[in-house]
Design a protein. Structure first.
Ligand SMILES: Cc1ncc(C[n+]2csc(CCOP(=O)(O)OP(=O)(O)O)c2C)c(N)n1
Ligand SMILES: Cc1ncc(C[n+]2csc(CCOP(=O)(O)OP(=O)(O)O)c2C)c(N)n1
Ligand code: SF4
Ligand code: SF4
Ligand SMILES: [Mg+2]
Ligand SMILES: [Mg+2]
Lengths: 629, 341, 341, 629
C-alpha cells in the first residue's frame, strides 16, 4: 500500500489539490449531501464506481445518520458521501471538499462549514422552499443572505429539471422526484468526464422487476449529463479533467472494508482448509460482514444469525470445537457481551476469529461514527490472566490480508484472536488491485487422526504451543474439555496449585511464541532513526501517511510506523522506537495504544487524540508533527 | 462411524475413568446410569456423540460420559450445541442443563434453540434449586422457598419448564424422574429418535439443598396414584389398579380426573393421548400436579417438523450445486473490474 | 403527585420538544399518538411516569414522552424496569420494546419479568423485523423471509409472542394494531389498570423494511372479517355484521369458526370470552391467524395475582416492623463481641 | 491496620512462631482438614470464635473444594481451615501449620506437604481403614510406613470415642459419627486452653429444633475436652498456652470480608442517606454478599436475585436512576457479563457500586481459589473511552471502610465504580475492633428539588463534575437519558462531533477530579525513600506486611506501600515511587497492577507473580525482597 510517489502537495496540508486549475486537476474532493431519503450513498457509490473504472485513484468517506430515514428536511437526517479522487495515490477522503452538492437547505447547513474557502456549492433551489428552510433552522434563505459569498454557488432547480426529464414515464410526483439524485449524478459525471454506462447497468439490474423505474432513473441521469453539456455554463460549471493516477498495473475492482474482510476470511478458511461458521448478531457497523458472508454459502460458509452476541460467539466456539473455523463479529457493545465466552475460548484453546468493527463509544455511543476506542477492551478486557492476540486492519483493501493473518494465527496457535476494524473502514471504498490467490501461502490445519495411541487433548506443538485439535466424529479420541482449569497434558479438570501456575505461564508463553512468528515491524516512510516517529494503527493509516509525507516534503525528519500486530507487538518494536527522539501516537481514542507502548517499553509518548467520530484531518496531523520536529 | 469397534457396547463402556463428583445420594447418579444405558440401548457411536453442558452440578455430566464432551459456561450450552450441529450436522448432540443453567441465565438460548428446532436432546435436570452455588432458589423453586438468598421466603412465581418450552415452540416434550430407571431409558430413546429439539425435564433430587421436594409424587407409597405415564394412542389411566383416568370435562374446555368404577365409566370414556397435539400437551402440563391432578410423565408431545440444521445444510448444498465452480478467483473477480496496464 | 399541576392534561402535554426521528409513514407515530392519548385519558402524572426502553426504532419512544424516560441497552429494559420499581414501587412504569429487543436478545428478561409479575406495562412493537439495523429478519419473522442476513430466505420458525408470554406465566395479555387509534387507548388503559405485568403486543408496520406484512388482516377491506376484538363476558363474534363466531368444537378440545346464519346458530351457542382463563387464552393465541381463523385482538387474558414489587415491599416493611430500632450500631454489634481494655 | 509492633520473629520467614516452647507460645498455626462432609469449616470457625473471644489476635484461611460434597474419602473432597493465632499482631493465616488435624487418609495426603518439619499431626485412626486408604491413593498405611517420621504423630480413634460419647442419644451410627468434629474441637480447645461456652451456645441455637442433635454434639465436645484433660498424654498432647495479643482496647467481634463488606455498604448507604438496591446473581465466591444483604431488609436493603448478571446490574442501574444506591456484585465471569451495562452507567453518569470478588481465572477457572487477576478487566475492560474508578480492599475488616469509600465516590462523582475483593478476603476471618459509626463523616446526597427553573439533567458540580441527580417522582424535572452520546448540558441525544469530544474529555476529567479528592498514598512501614518499595494492593496486604517487617528486622532498607486507590492513583504516587531504587510489585496475577504503574510513571518494576490459587507465603516474599535489597 505504501508506495513512495514523489508529487506536488496542496499547501493547506491536506490530501487534495486546490481546484484552482480549471482544466487539469490532480485531485478533487466532492461531497454529496442530502436527505437520508435522497439516495446520497447510492449517488456517491456510483460516482466512485465510474471514477474507479477510469483508473483514477480514490478514497471515500460515507457519513450517515443513525436514523433509518429521518423526517425529510431535518439537519439530523442529512446523509453525506465524500470522495477524493485524483491523478496520484489518494490516501484519504480529503479534509475539505472542493465541491459540495447540497440537495436541500439542511444539507447545506450541516456541510457548509467543511467546504474549502473558494469551493463550489451546487444547490437544488427547488428544495429551498420556506418549509425546508425552517426545518433546517434557517431564518433567512442562505442563497439570498450573502452567507455563501465566499463560495462559487451554482443554483439549479434540479427538482424541476428532474420532473421534466421523467415525465413521460407516468410516475407520481413523489416517485419522480426520487430520480433527483440520478440527475445530479449525471451532471457530476459530465463535469468530471466519467462514463454513465456502469450506472446504467446497475440501474437495470437493481430495478429489473420495475423497468419503468429504471428507465426514469436513466432518463434523469442522461438529462443531468445533457444539461452539463448543453447549458452554457462556463467557468463555474465547466468540465474538469482529472488525470489518471499512476497506479500499479493489474486488474482492479472497488472494494469496501467490509467486502474485503469477507473475502479475506473466506480466503483464510480456504488456505486453512476449513469451512467457516460465522455466528453473529446484527449491529452497526458490523452487520455488513454478516450480510456479505450470508451470500457466500457456495464457498462452504455457514452463517448463523444468533439471538444475541453471546449466543453468536458461543456457536462459533462450538463450531471450532467441531472442526470448523469459528468466526464471530460485532462492534463495541456486542464485543463486551462476548467477554465471558472469549475467556472460555482462551481456556479451551480453540481457534476463533473475533472481528470488532469499532464505533463511537462508550455504551451505545455514536453507532454510525468511527472510533478506535476498543483497543483496551481487545487487549485487556477480560477476567483472569487471559492473553489473546490482537491485530488491526488499516485500509479497506488491506482488510483482506489482515483477515488471512487472523485465520493463520488462530489456527496455528489454537487461540481466539481479535481483529480490529472500524466504522470508517467498513464503509469506505477504494480501488483494489485484485490479488492472485494462488500466490498466497496455504496453512492447512491438521486434525489429530483417529485412534491415536496415548492421545492427550492438551499435548501441544513445541514451537507454537498450539494444542492438539481433535474433533468429534473421530473414533478413539473421545475427550472432554471445559472452562475449569485443565491438566496441562490430559485436559482433565485440575485444581492443583502447580498446574494452574503452569497453565497460566503457558497461556502467556503462547503469546510470546506468536511474537517470534510475526514479521518485524517495518517503516512506511522515512528513515529508521530520526526526530519523530509517528506510530499509528488501524484506519488512521491514510491521514498519517499523507501528513508524514507532507512533513517530509517540508524537510522534517519524521518517519511513519504503522502497526498491524497490536498484541503481541513485533519483536523489533522497542529497538525501532528507541531510534527516535519523539514517539507521536495519533489515535481516534484517548491514548489506548500509547498505554501499551509505554508499559512495554517505558518510553514517553506524545499522544494526539481525537474522539469526535471523524477521521483525522491531514492538516491537523501536520500541525502536531511540527510541534515536535 | 467407528469402524474399529463393531462389538456391541454396554452401559459401562460409556463411563469414563473420571471420579464422579456429586454428593453421595444425589439424583444425578441415577440419571447418569440411565443415560449410559440408553446409549447402549440405541447403539450410539461414542465417537459421534457429543455431550454439551453449561455450569452447575448437573452440568458436570459430560465428564462422566466416554464420548466427546464440552463443559461450557453458565447458561449458554444451547448456543454451543448450535455451533456444533452447524459445523457437523452428523454429530449426535445431547445437552445437559439444570433449572438455573437452562431456565435462569440460559432461558433465552433455551427459547431460541427450541424455536429453531435444532436437532438435539435437551436433558433438563430440575431440582428446583441452584445446587453448585449452595442452595439459592431457582426459577422453578416454589414460592415461599427459604434459601440463603431468600431467608424470609422467595416471592417469585415458579416457572413450569414444559409450559415454557411449549410456548417457545418445542415439538418434543417429555418428563421423567431420576430414580425411574425402568422407564427413563425408553423416554430418552424416544427423545433421541425425534429429529429436532427434544426437551426432557427430569425431576432430580438434590439431597443436600432441596431434599424430597418431589416426594409427594415420587415416593413409592404414592407414586401410582400421583403419576400418569402417557402412551400415545392409549387412554389416560393411572392408579395401582388403573382405577383412575383423565377425560375431557363434558361441555367444557378442561380435563378432569375420574374414578372409573365409582363413576361407572370405562376406558372408552377417557382421553386418548395424542402426542401430536400441541394444545393437549399444553393443557396436560398446565394441570399436571395441580390440586387433585397427578403429575404427567412420559412423552407428552411429539410433533416433528424439519430441523434447523437440516434446513441450513439444504441451503448451503443448494448454493453449492447452483455454483459448483465457486472458487476464490471467481469470488475475487466478482462485480465490475478494470485493468490498468 | 405533582401538586402544582391540577389542570387536566391533554395528549399534547405528553409530547416533548424533541423532533421525532422515525421514517415518515412508520407505524410508530400512530402508537405514540395513542399512548399520549391514553396517558391523558387515565390522568397520568408525568412526574410519576417512567418510560423505559431497550434499543431499536421502537425503543426511541421515551424521548418523545414528556415523562421520565430511560433509553437503555439492547434487550435489557425489563431488568432496568425491575430496578426502578424495586427502588420506588409508586412509580408507574411503561416498557417499550421491539420484536428484536424484547424477544431476540431480550427474551430471557421478558420471560422473567413476566414470571415474577412485576407491576408494569410492556408494549411490544412487533414489526417482524429489525428496523434500526436495516432489515434483518427477527424471531417473529415468518419462515422464508428474505433479508440481508437471510438472502435465500430465513429457515427459522417464528415465535408467537403471546404464546411465549403465556408460557412464561404472564397474567395479562392483549393485542392491538398501530393504526387502531379507536381501540388502542382502551386496551392500553386496561393494561395500565392491571396490577402486575401487562403484556401488550402491537402489530406495527415498518414501512421501509417490512411494509404491509400485516395487511392480510389490517387492511380496511378485510379487517372486519379477519379480526376478532375480544370482550370479557361477551360471546365471541366477528365480521361486518357480526355474522361469524367462535365456539368450542362439540366433543373436542378445540375451537372452530362458525357462520351463525348459515349454521342456524345464535350467539348463545358461541364461546363467551373469559379473560381469567389462562388455558383459553393459550388456545386463542395459538389458533389466532391460522388457516381460516381471524386474528385475535383486545384483552385476551387478565387474571391478576400479587405483583413482585408489592411482595418485596411487604417483606421489607415486615422486617422493618419486626426490628423498628435497627440502626447501624445494633448491626455492627450483632453476634458475639468481646472487650479488650 | 498497620501498627508497628516490635516483636521477635520466627526464623523461617513466616508469620508464625515455631512451637518449640511447650508452655507459652507466641503464635500457633493449626490446620483442620477432613472430608467436605466432616464439618471442618464449622470446626475452624468455632475454634476461631472461641480464640478471638479470649483476645488473641488471629487470621484464618478457609480452603474448600469446588464440589458441594464430593464422595467421602476422596482427595478432591478434602476441605481445610487454617488458623494462625497468637500473642502478637497476626497478619496472615501462616505459611505452614504447626498442627495438622487430619480426619481421614485423604486429608493427611493432601495436607501433609504443607506441615512444618517437626510439626504435630493428629489423626483419627478410626478412619484409616483399607477403603479410605485406597480412596486416598495410599498403597500402604502412612501411619505404618514411616512417612510420618519427621512429625509428632498423635493417633487417636476419634471415631470410636465419639460414638462412645454420644451413644446415650440413640442416634444412628451415621448421625452419631457426625459429631466427630465436635469431639476434635473439644480436644483442641482444651489443648490451647480456650472456652467451650460459645460453641455450646452456637450448637443450641443451630439445632434449636433438634435438641437431641445439639445434646449429642455438646456431649462429643465435652468428651474431647475431657479426653485431653484426663488422658495421660504428656508432651505431644500437652496443654499449650498462647498468650494474649497486645491489641488496641475496644469492643471486638470476628468478621469475614464478606460480612464486613455488607456492613460497609449499609453504613455507606446510611452516610449517603440512601436505600440500597442490590442486584445480584449467585456465583462463588461473591454469593455471600447477596446472602448477607438479603438478611438486612430492616435497614432498607432490597435484594434482587436476578435471572443473570446482566439483569442484576441493569436492575441496579435502574434503581440508581430511581434514587436508590444501586449495588451489584459478582466475580470474574459475572463481571464480564456486566461489561456492556457498565458502559451505560458511565455514559448516563449514575452512581453504582460494582463489587468483584475475584477468583481464579480465566473462564470458570478455579472458582473456590483466590486470585487478583481481574484488575485489567476493572481498569480497562470496556468498549469506548470509558474510565471508571477502581479501589481494592486489603483485609477482612478493612472491607468495611473500602465499601464506605466506594459509596462516597459513586454518589459524589455520579459514577459507577468498581470495588475489588477476592476469594481469600471473602472467606477469611479476623478479630475486628468495632468502629464507632457516629464518628464517620456523613456524605448525604442531594437530589435536585422539584420544579427547578432551567433544570438540565447534565449540568454538573464544578469541582467534582458530578452531574445533577434528578429522580422520577419529582415534579417538573421530567427528562430522558440513554446510552447514545448526550448533549453536555441538556442530556438530549447529540451526534455533534464537538460535543462528543467534549463529553469524552469530561468523562476523563471526572476521574482526574476524583484523583484530587483521594488521600495521598501513605507508607505502611519503612521510610519514604530507600532501596526497595514493595508496592501491593488487595488481599496480599498481610503477607507483604509480614515479609517487609521481617526484611526490615534483618536491617534491609525496604518499605511497604499498599494501594487502595487503583484508579485513579493517588496524586503523590509518582513522587513517592521515585524515591526508591527498586519498585517490587507482588501480585497474585501476571503483573496487572505493574502495567498501570509502568504506563503512568514510566518506571521499571520488579514483578513478583504467583498464580496458583493460593495466598503468597511470607517466606517466598522475603526471599524475593532479598534479591533486591
Ligand atoms: C456467569 C456465571 N454466573 C454464575 C455462575 C455460578 N453458578 C454456577 S452453577 C449455578 C446455578 C446452578 O443451578 P442449576 O443449573 O439448577 O444446576 P444444579 O447445580 O442445581 O444442578 C450458578 C449460579 C457461573 N458459574 N457463571
Ligand atoms: C448489544 C447490542 N447488540 C446489537 C445492537 C444493534 N441493534 C440495535 S436495535 C436492534 C434490533 C432492533 O429490532 P427491534 O427490537 O425489532 O426494533 P425495531 O427497530 O424493529 O423497532 C439491533 C440488533 C445493539 N444496539 N446492541
Ligand atoms: S448439591 Fe444437590 S444437585 Fe449438587 S451434587 Fe449435591 S445433591 Fe446433587
Ligand atoms: S425502519 Fe421501519 S420501524 Fe424503523 S423507523 Fe423506519 S419504518 Fe419505522
Ligand atoms: Mg438446579
Ligand atoms: Mg422490530
Amino acid at each position: 500500500m505504501a508506495t513512495n510517489l514523489a508529487q506536488s502537495q496542496a499547501s493547506d496540508g491536506s490530501d487534495q489539490i486546490a481546484s484552482s486549475v480549471d482544466s487539469e486537476l490532480e485531485s478533487v474532493v466532492i461531497r454529496f449531501a442530502g436527505d437520508s431519503g435522497d439516495g446520497m450513498q447510492l449517488t456517491g457509490t456510483q460516482f466512485t464506481h465510474s471514477t474507479a473504472l477510469m483508473g483514477t485513484d480514490l478514497a471515500t468517506f460515507p457519513d450517515f445518520p443513525a436514523e433509518i430515514r429521518a423526517p425529510a428536511g431535518t439537519t439530523f437526517g442529512v446523509s453525506a458521501y465524500q470522495i477524493n479522487f485524483g491523478a496520484r495515490k489518494v490516501m484519504t477522503a480529503g479534509d475539505e471538499p472542493d465541491v459540495l452538492v447540497a440537495m436541500n437547505p439542511a444539507a447545506l447547513k450541516v456541510n457548509l462549514d467543511a467546504l474549502k474557502p473558494g469551493g463550489t456549492v451546487v444547490v437544488d433551489t427547488g428544495s429551498f422552499g420556506a418549509r425546508n428552510l425552517t426545518k433546517a433552522g434557517y431564518d433567512e434563505n442562505p442563497l439570498e443572505s450573502g452567507d455563501l459569498s465566499p463560495f462559487n454557488v451554482i443554483e439549479l432547480d434540479i427538482s424541476k429539471m428532474t420532473l421534466e426529464s421523467v415525465k413521460e414515464f407516468g410516475l407520481s410526483n413523489k416517485e419522480a422526484l426520487r430520480s433527483k439524485n440520478m440527475w445530479t449524478l449525471g451532471l457530476m459525471l459530465w463535469m468530471y468526464g466519467r462514463q454513465r454506462s456502469s450506472v446504467v447497468d446497475w440501474l437495470r439490474g437493481k430495478f429489473a422487476k420495475r423497468p419503468e423505474v429504471a428507465d426514469a432513473n436513466i432518463a434523469a441521469l442522461n438529462a443531468g449529463h445533457a444539461f452539463g453539456e448543453t447549458a452554457e455554463l462556463s467557468g463555474d460549471l465547466g468540465q474538469r479533467t482529472v488525470g489518471k493516477a499512476e497506479v500499479q498495473p493489474g486488474v482492479y475492482r472497488t472494494i469496501t472494508g467490509a467486502e474485503s474482510l469477507a473475502l479475506g476470511l473466506v480466503a483464510g478458511s480456504k488456505l486453512a482448509d476449513l469451512n467457516i461458521m460465522l455466528g453473529s448478531y446484527p449491529i452497526t457497523p458490523a452487520s455488513t460482514l454478516l450480510h456479505q458472508l450470508a451470500n457466500l454459502k457456495q464457498h462452504g460458509v455457514v452463517t448463523f444469525q444468533a439471538e444475541d452476541e453471546i449466543a453468536a460467539i458461543c456457536a462459533a466456539i462450538g463450531a471450532s470445537f467441531a472442526g470448523s473455523l469459528g468466526v464471530t463479529s460485532s462492534s463495541g457493545p456486542g464485543i463486551a457481551l462476548k467477554t465471558e465466552a472469549i475467556g472460555l475460548a482462551i481456556s479451551t484453546e480453540l481457534p476463533l476469529v473475533i472481528v470488532n468493527s469499532q464505533r463511537g463509544g462508550p455504551s451505545t455511543g455514536l453507532p454510525t461514527k468511527t472510533e478506535q476506542s476498543d483497543l483496551y477492551q481487545a487487549v485487556y478486557g477480560r477476567n483472569g490472566d487471559a492473553p489473546i492476540p490482537v491485530i488491526a486492519a488499516s485500509a479497506p483493501g488491506e482488510c483482506f490480508f489482515a483477515a488471512i493473518e487472523a485465520v493463520r494465527i488462530a489456527t496455528k496457535y489454537m487461540t481466539p484472536m481479535i481483529l480490529l476494524t472500524d466504522g470508517y473502514l467498513a464503509n469506505a471504498a477504494e480501488p483494489w488491485p485484485i490479488p492472485d490467490f494462488d500466490t498466497l501461502e496455504p496453512f492447512p490445519v491438521s486434525f489429530v487422526e483417529a485412534n491415536q495411541e496415548d492421545f492427550r487433548a492438551f499435548r501441544r506443538d513445541e514451537t507454537t504451543l498450539g494444542r492438539n485439535w481433535a474433533i468429534p466424529g473421530t473414533p478413539g479420541l473421545e475427550h472432554r474439555i471445559g472452562g475449569i482449569e485443565k491438566d496441562y497434558d490430559s485436559g482433565n479438570i485440575s485444581y492443583a496449585a502447580d498446574n494452574h501456575q503452569r497453565m497460566t505461564d503457558l497461556r502467556a508463553a503462547k503469546i510470546e511464541a506468536l511474537g517470534r512468528d510475526i514479521p518485524e515491524q517495518g517503516i512506511e516512510q522515512g528513515d529508521a532513526t530520526g526526530k519523530v516517529a509517528v506510530v499509528g494503527w488501524g484506519s488512521t493509516y491514510g491521514p498519517i501517511y499523507r501528513a508524514v509525507e507532507m512533513a517530509r516534503a517540508e524537510g522534517l525528519e519524521v518517519s511513519q510506523i504503522h502497526v498491524r500486530h497490536i498484541w503481541p507487538l513485533p519483536s523489533n518494536m522497542e529497538e525501532l522506537l528507541s531510534g527516535f527522539d519523539h514517539v507521536m501516537v495519533p489515535e481516534m481514542n484517548n491514548g489506548q495504544f500509547a498505554t501499551i507502548l509505554r508499559d512495554q517499553f517505558l518510553i514517553d509518548t506524545f499522544n494526539v487524540n481525537q474522539v469526535n467520530g471523524q477521521p483525522f484531518k491531514v492538516s491537523d496531523l501536520v500541525a502536531r508533527i511540527k510541534e515536535l520536529a | 462411524m467407528n469402524e474399529l469397534s463393531p462389538k456391541k457396547l454396554t452401559a459401562k463402556d460409556f463411563a469414563t475413568d473420571q471420579e464422579v463428583r456429586w454428593c453421595p445420594g444425589c439424583g444425578d447418579y441415577a440419571i447418569l446410569k440411565a443415560v449410559q444405558k440408553t446409549l447402549a440401548d440405541i447403539e450410539a457411536d461414542p465417537a459421534n456423540t457429543v455431550f454439551i453442558s453449561g455450569i452447575g452440578c448437573s452440568s458436570r455430566f459430560p465428564y462422566y460420559m466416554a464420548t466427546y464432551g464440552f463443559h461450557t459456561i453458565h447458561g449458554r450450552a444451547p448456543a454451543f450445541a448450535t455451533g456444533v450441529k452447524l459445523a457437523n450436522p452428523d454429530l449426535d448432540v445431547w445437552l445437559v442443563t439444570g433449572d438455573g443453567d437452562g431456565l435462569s441465565i440460559g432461558g433465552n438460548h433455551m427459547l431460541h434453540v427450541l424455536r429453531r428446532n435444532l436437532d438435539l436432546q435437551i436433558l433438563l435436570f430440575n431440582n428446583e434449586i441452584y445446587g453448585l452455588t449452595k442452595g439459592q432458589y431457582s426459577p422453578t423453586s416454589r414460592p415461599g422457598t427459604r434459601s440463603p438468598s431468600s431467608p424470609t421466603g422467595s416471592v417469585e412465581s415458579s416457572l413450569n419448564p414444559a409450559a415454557f418450552a411449549l410456548g417457545s415452540g418445542a415439538r418434543f416434550i417429555a418428563r421423567t424422574i431420576d430414580t425411574d430407571q425402568k422407564r427413563m431409558p425408553g423416554v430418552l430413546a424416544r427423545a433421541h429418535a425425534h429429529k429436532g429439539a427434544s426437551f426432557v425435564e427430569i425431576f432430580q433430587n438434590c439431597i443436600v439443598f432441596n431434599d424430597a421436594i418431589f416426594a409427594d409424587f415420587t415416593d413409592k407409597a404414592v407414586a401410582a396414584d400421583r403419576q400418569i405415564f402417557l402412551e400415545h394412542g392409549q387412554p389416560v389411566t393411572f392408579g395401582k389398579e388403573s382405577q383412575f383416568g383423565i377425560r375431557r370435562t363434558p361441555g367444557d374446555l378442561t380435563l378432569e380426573v375420574v374414578n372409573l368404577e365409582e363413576q361407572g365409566l370405562t376406558t372408552d370414556d377417557l382421553l386418548v393421548h395424542d402426542e401430536t397435539d400441541h394444545l393437549l400437551a399444553t393443557m396436560l402440563v398446565n394441570v399436571s400436579g395441580t390440586e387433585g391432578f397427578p403429575v404427567v410423565l412420559g412423552v407428552i408431545c411429539c410433533n416433528p417438523g424439519e430441523s434447523y440444521d437440516t434446513q441450513v445444510s439444504t441451503q448451503v448444498e443448494a448454493a453449492q450445486e447452483a455454483k459448483p465452480n465457486a472458487d476464490m478467483k471467481e469470488l475475487l473477480y466478482a462485480g465490475s473490474t478494470w485493468e490498468v496496464s
